[in-house]
Design a protein around this ligand. Structure first.
Ligand SMILES: [Zn+2]
Length: 132
């Protein structure tokens, strides 16, 4: 009989210890909203995005759980992506990497399924391979 030990949950006996141990710490696909999965996925291999906490309140829900990251989806474009973990409000702004001060209008939205333009742009920005 396989055995799994969960720190801090000594009386917990999982139904399938091996599967539970291998999947420990993973987010439940069905229970987690898509923005939480995106945040967790891009925080690890192979993206390792350095999401930083933005202390300002979310304009959508007022919670202070917005994280933001800069990426470079194209050689000539940097992208600023901000994501509220409470309501899924996504903000995406593309800034020229070659012309200082040039940027496209910032877009915000909270529709994930199907994704609105802001969410689609944020997804593109965070999942694209980094450019040199
Ligand atoms: Zn929010």
């Amino acid at each position: 009989m396989p055995w799994a030990f969960f720190p801090g949950r000594s009386d917990y006996v999982p139904g399938d210890p091996l599967a539970e141990a291998l999947g420990a710490g993973r987010t439940n696909r069905r229970a987690s909203p898509p923005w939480i999965r995106l945040f967790q996925q891009t925080s690890g291999h192979p993206w390792w995005l350095p999401w930083r906490h933005d202390g300002r309140g979310c304009p959508g829900c007022g919670q202070r759980v917005t994280f933001a990251v800069w990426t470079r989806p194209r050689a000539d474009r940097c992208a600023y992506s901000a994501l509220c973990l409470a309501c899924g409000r996504a903000t995406s702004e593309y800034v020229s990497a070659t012309n200082r001060g040039m940027s496209e209008a910032s877009l915000s939205g909270s529709e994930w399924s199907p994704p609105c333009v802001a969410v689609a742009r944020l997804r593109r920005a965070v999942f694209s391979p980094p450019q040199g």
